[in-house]
Ligand binder design. Structure first.
Ligand SMILES: [Zn+2]
Length: 279
């Protein structure tokens, strides 16, 4: 793991790239930012998490880092140990994780257990959509009380690096690391309700568009050429033919603009928040 600290003092703000090694946009956005030799008003940590997987161009070595939090320093699995290191690095920090996808070419934010702090962070990213992954957040960074993620665009694309860099600057303005006002786009809010699993031996074709409503009765995909039909309306998220061996994507519900959505005052959030100093 690479940790670059800029500014004086102990950082309370962190940006994390390369949680997945086959998503280089975060590490490249961090490099682009560091190359400008930035002046900061508050110290910040810039973390390239899974360097070993990044060097090999693979998602992970032993286990998915973003399903391994809080990790285990004594594990024989590389990412379990790395997850424990990452937790120690981001402890006490407000953090942005940077990811990319094979399913969608524009940037969107991911959250879980939305609290006021996270709402403020995602309200000021350069994104059109925010997705709540609370129902499937186990072991993911977005479960933490002051951690939000972005999906910056298509894996390996220059556009994803540009989007990641825009979101990095926006996040650092919201957290007062950099001067200036971040954007305030009032993105659309979607709540994931369930994953749609794949049978790895079968061939799936997605016929719809992510974030566009699928109607009840609509054939939104084919499986080995046969129709896959929606029982009720949903909005697909991270849905793609080849994205994942056993996961086709997620069903979500559209909840309106972020400004109209209440934070979840969930016992889970409060339980985690008790362990962490808030500002
Ligand atoms: Zn990722």
């Amino acid at each position: 793991m690479q940790v670059h600290t800029i500014g004086d003092g102990a950082p309370e703000v962190a940006v994390v790239g390369a949680v997945h090694g086959d998503e280089p946009c975060g590490a490249r956005a961090i490099d682009r930012f560091l190359d400008t030799d930035p002046d900061v008003d508050r110290p910040v940590k810039l973390i390239v998490a899974n360097e070993r997987a990044l060097d090999r161009g693979v998602r992970y070595i032993d286990a998915d880092l973003n399903r391994s939090l809080p990790g285990d320093p004594d594990s024989d699995q590389y990412e379990e140990r790395l997850a424990a290191e990452l937790m120690a690095e981001v402890e006490g920090c407000t953090a942005l994780g940077i990811h990319s996808t094979v399913s969608y070419d524009r940037a969107f934010a991911n959250v879980a257990y939305l609290n006021e702090r996270k709402r403020e962070l995602v309200a000021h990213l350069s994104v059109e959509a925010v997705v709540d992954f609370s129902v499937v957040s186990d072991g993911r960074s977005v479960e933490l009380p002051r951690f939000v993620d972005i999906e910056a665009g298509k894996q390996g694309s220059e556009a994803a690096v540009d989007n990641a860099h825009d979101c990095l600057l926006a996040f650092l303005r919201t957290t007062d690391v950099l001067p200036g006002d971040p954007p305030a786009p009032d993105p659309d809010f979607y709540q994931v309700t369930a994953p749609i699993h794949k049978e790895p031996t079968r061939t799936y074709r997605f016929l719809g568009e992510n974030f566009e409503r699928v109607e009840p009765g609509e054939t939104f995909a084919t499986v080995d050429g046969g129709p896959l039909t929606a029982d009720e309306e949903f909005w697909p998220v991270l849905m793609s033919d080849e994205g994942h061996r056993v996961l086709f994507g997620y069903r979500s519900q559209y909840r309106g603009p972020l400004s109209a959505v209440h934070s979840t005052t969930d016992s889970h959030t409060e339980r985690i928040a008790d362990d962490v100093t808030t500002d």
